[in-house]
Design a protein. Structure first.
Length: 433
């Protein structure tokens, strides 16, 4: 059904949403989410890392490098074929004699090892699904259709949630936060994350490719398609649904919701929202895309923005959705950002940093943050005072340092500060930052 007209509002803050007649739309959307959840769970196969995967829409055929007369070299005593192809799963150059290529000549290639792993995952999924059903086990065609249904259903649910007024979105978010049990809400988040992981198929030079499923009319067959991640509207609506669920999860902390006697409602851990399939993407490519298209300092508020849309190019940037990024992907983007700042600046104007910090992780991070922010906290001042005393105490005192102290020096030039010049230092090179 089409989104309902704007709901009526009572009061200015925390207004109740109600319709003139019948049930409010956000109530039946909540019921639709609850009804679809059991069918979404377990509908997609998972690899050994626990990530949901979806097979390529076309079959893959075995290719022989000798039959294609590809050049070969001897590397470390082994034959390495120069195929000019990269595995779209492990992102390693394919140098084996046998590899797999899309039968419809899509730009999809897999090395023998990754193809075997994915085939094992699919075989295990079909065997487990058939074994759990006993004599009433579903045929393989039904299981495949269940995969496609899960992808399509998640897209439709995301559209029903996001294509509504801000008042209706807020009412639905409050309903999920107040009425849904934590385990049910956590299962919904995990199911949507599984769909996002399955949508991200493989990486490409100009960005990742994603899979989407569409259906032309009721009763029609599902059609699987793959396209660049930036052009896949369904994928970004699913990402928008995750952002909506995260905002609803935050309402459990922001709103004065209590159960029992003063006990706050539990919230879903942030790690549940992480889409580990993003690791299939190239951090450098995604960081550059975000830098070229960012227009706002932050994403629009999915609950309160009247003009919320997933079509804007700055929304269609993986780097902008920090809560969904795996820590390794975030680190790679951070390193890329730091290096870009270094190269954009004049190297001769860079001032190396020399400071003394404690080995305790919290104290180390606090001292670094104070140094880069140009502020002096009490702890940083205390550490700096100890460093000056060590410098004035001579070499005998310098050799008797506490084992909890460590020093960082990034190619520090001759300092004008006598204390800094006398303080012992360890050269970590220019890449220590």
């Amino acid at each position: 059904p089409a989104p309902s007209p704007p709901a009526q509002q009572r009061g200015e803050e925390g207004a109740d949403v109600h319709m003139d007649e019948g049930q409010p739309d956000h109530v039946w959307v909540s019921l639709a989410l609850a009804a679809a959840l059991p069918l979404l769970q377990g509908a997609l196969p998972k690899d050994l890392q626990g990530e949901c995967v979806l097979p390529h829409r076309h079959s893959l055929t075995l290719q022989n490098a000798d039959e294609h007369a590809l050049p070969v070299r001897i590397v470390n005593g082994r034959r390495a074929y120069l195929t000019g192809k990269v595995c779209d799963r492990c992102m390693e150059s394919i140098m084996d004699r046998e590899f797999y290529h899309c039968s419809e000549d899509c730009d999809v290639d897999f090395c023998g090892r990754c193809h075997a792993e994915l085939q094992t995952v699919l075989d295990r999924f079909f065997m487990q699904s058939a074994g759990s059903g006993g004599d009433n086990a579903a045929p393989m065609d039904h299981l495949v259709e269940g995969m496609l249904w899960a992808m399509h259903a998640a897209d439709e649910l995301a559209a029903q949630v996001l294509h509504r007024s801000s008042l209706e979105r807020m009412a639905l978010a409050r309903l999920l936060a107040e009425e849904w049990p934590l385990d049910l809400f956590s299962s919904l988040v995990a199911a949507v994350v599984d769909v996002c992981n399955a949508k991200i198929m493989y990486n490409a030079t100009r960005g990742a490719f994603t899979s989407s499923v569409r259906r032309n009319g009721c009763g029609a067959a599902y059609e699987q398609d793959s396209q660049p991640i930036y052009e896949d509207a369904h994928f970004w609506e699913t990402v928008g649904l995750l952002q909506f669920l995260q905002a609803s999860n935050s309402l459990r902390k922001e709103v004065a919701l209590t159960v029992g006697e003063g006990e706050q409602l539990a919230v879903v851990g942030a790690h549940i929202f992480v889409v580990s399939g993003i690791n299939k993407c190239n951090p450098q490519v995604e960081w550059q895309h975000w830098k070229d298209h960012r227009q706002r300092a932050s994403l629009p508020d999915v609950l309160r923005s009247d003009e919320f849309s997933t079509a804007a190019m700055d929304f269609r940037c993986l780097v902008a959705h920090s809560i969904l990024l795996p820590i390794s992907f975030r680190r790679a983007c951070l390193v890329q950002d730091i290096w870009q700042d270094i190269f954009d600046s004049r190297i001769d104007q860079l001032q190396p940093l020399c400071l003394k910090v404690e080995r305790e992780p919290e104290s180390l991070v606090a001292a670094l943050a104070d140094a880069f922010a140009g502020t002096d906290s009490a702890d940083a001042a205390s550490v700096a005072g100890e460093a000056r005393q060590s410098g004035e105490g001579g070499s005998a005192d310098m050799e008797d340092h506490s084992p909890r102290d460590a020093e960082v020096d990034a190619d520090m030039p001759d300092s004008e500060d006598p204390a800094a010049a006398e303080a012992p230092s360890r050269d970590c090179g220019g890449n220590s930052a």
